[in-house]
Ligand binder design. Structure first.
Ligand code: BGP
Length: 470
């Protein structure tokens, strides 16, 4: 069956500054750089973020590769810890300015639509030390940094995003101790979540002021949506799944799209005694500075039930729900994440029906695989047919949603060239292009060639066995 996409559909790939540039010439460390210095043993094979893909030096070559696989869009992020010399006054580092301007200009010349994100988990270390987004002064410094970015690159960037997955540091750094500084504190996490939304809204405010006379300039936030499915129809499980959605999806989605928080969510935070400190003028900033379009990272859903036994642990969101292991799930064993392509359709319909059919696109989707070298053919090209099937299945459901009126205008994969990741380093590879860590050589994978054909034709052929495979 042929699947055809609308004209001008954006096809691309996403990465981030801290995961692709390397740290050469940066005036500051960020929290991930420092975490590696303090605890290299936390990182897969003890590989840190100093080099990553060295896109700091190799970006001209990278852009040529993007052209070879016909990408018409690309996302990366500016590193706060690279661009700004004096974090308090927001003075711009001249080397960084030159680097990003050249990088972005070359993308423009190559006709690749550029989306630039401002924050991808990479809090400058000095600011992390004073609390990161737990500190409202840091919120203001973020808005200042955002303003510098808009001023410095406004002429080169097609689409802007304030942050990537703002709920993730709340979970990883302040609730579940996955990442440095390994805090588990529900009240603090709620404050960090709220302050992060405020930082986003203050950045949007700077954007709207600076570009008040240019209605073509648009800004978003990249949200990772992980819809919660209830184990069954029992009211206590449905309620638990709904609440899990409030915490991990709707909190950010409502604030970004509708400028508000759901009353049900506020009531739960109040009852749990963790309501963050806020004031009326901050709520006004959130209400008045909404996004122009939405960017969605989709990897996996959540499977949720009510607590089976009475909860006796610490005060945590988890007192209201727990994960359940769905026996029928398909899983990517390398990353441990469920593969459920149909969820992309459900997300699209939720946006259509409950978020004013706001225009949106998939800003990340992907499959991380360990040990891909074993799939190399004689020419050294990785035969990642599993990734091609993964993309086809997700695009099938996305296309169905578009046919049913979803306002989706693009699809970007995580990632372009295999990149470094938080704690996992280079364990799981996601790219259309493989990276040899010793030589830094880049080689297009089979999926890279596949996507280049898909982009040229704006369509692809899907086999019957991949349709409705869920
Ligand atoms: C997303 C992040 C990316 C990227 C990706 C893959 O949540 O935005 O930064 O890393 O997930 O995840 P991981 O690298 O942990 O496998």
């Amino acid at each position: 069956m042929k699947i055809k996409f609308p004209e001008n559909f954006l096809w691309g790939a996403a990465t981030s500054g801290p995961q692709s540039e390397g740290s050469k010439d940066k005036p500051h460390l960020n929290v991930m750089d420092k975490w590696f210095q303090l605890h290299p043993e936390d990182f897969h094979n003890q590989v840190g973020p100093e080099i990553t893909c060295n896109s700091y030096e190799k970006y001209p070559e990278d852009i040529e590769l993007m052209q070879r696989i016909n990408l018409n869009s690309f996302r990366t992020s500016i590193q706060w810890s690279r661009l700004i010399d004096d974090l308090e006054t927001g003075t711009v580092n001249q080397k960084a300015l030159k680097y990003y301007r050249d990088y972005f200009s070359r993308l423009k010349k190559a006709n690749i639509k550029l989306m630039v994100n401002l924050y991808h988990f990479d809090m400058p270390w000095e600011l992390q030390e004073v609390g990161g987004f737990a500190n409202k002064h840091v919120v203001d410094l973020f808005a200042l940094y955002a303003k510098r970015c808009f001023e410095s690159f406004g002429d080169l960037v097609d689409m802007w995003s304030t942050m990537n997955e703002p709920i993730v540091p709340v979970e990883a750094q302040y609730l579940y101790k996955w990442w440095y500084p390994y805090i588990s504190d529900y009240k603090l996490a709620a404050q960090v979540g709220y302050n992060t939304i405020l930082a986003h809204a203050k950045a949007v405010k700077e954007f709207k002021i600076l570009f008040a006379n240019d209605s073509k300039k648009e800004i978003t936030v990249v949200l990772n949506l992980t819809p919660s499915y209830s184990k069954d129809d029992k009211p206590e499980n449905i309620k638990a799944a709904k609440l899990s959605d409030e915490f991990f999806n709707k909190s950010m989605l409502e604030a970004a799209v509708n400028g508000r928080f759901n009353q049900e969510f506020i009531d739960v935070l109040k009852a749990d005694n963790v309501l963050p400190e806020f004031n009326k003028s901050e709520l006004d900033i959130i209400a008045n500075n909404r996004i122009d379009f939405l960017a969605v990272n989709y990897y996996q859903p959540r499977r949720i039930q009510g607590r089976e036994k009475p909860y006796s642990g610490e005060n945590m969101p988890d007192k209201h729900f727990e994960n359940f292991d769905w026996a029928e799930k398909r899983i990517n064993p390398h990353r441990g994440w469920e593969i459920h392509p149909e969820t992309i359709y459900n997300i699209a319909m939720d946006i259509k029906n409950n978020y004013n059919n706001i225009k949106w696109f998939i800003s990340e989707n992907g499959m991380g695989v360990e040990g891909e070298e074993k799939f190399k053919n004689q020419d050294g090209v990785i035969q990642d047919d599993y990734r091609i099937d993964f993309i086809k299945e997700h695009l099938y459901w996305l296309h169905k949603a578009i046919q049913e009126g979803s306002n989706c205008f693009g699809y970007q994969m995580w990632t372009f060239i295999d990149c470094w990741s938080w704690a996992n380093s280079f364990k799981n590879r996601y790219g259309f292009v493989s990276l040899d860590l010793k030589t830094q050589a880049r080689t297009i994978k089979k999926s890279g060639t596949w996507i280049s054909n898909c982009i040229i034709n704006n369509e692809f052929e899907i086999e019957e066995n991949l349709v409705n495979k869920n």
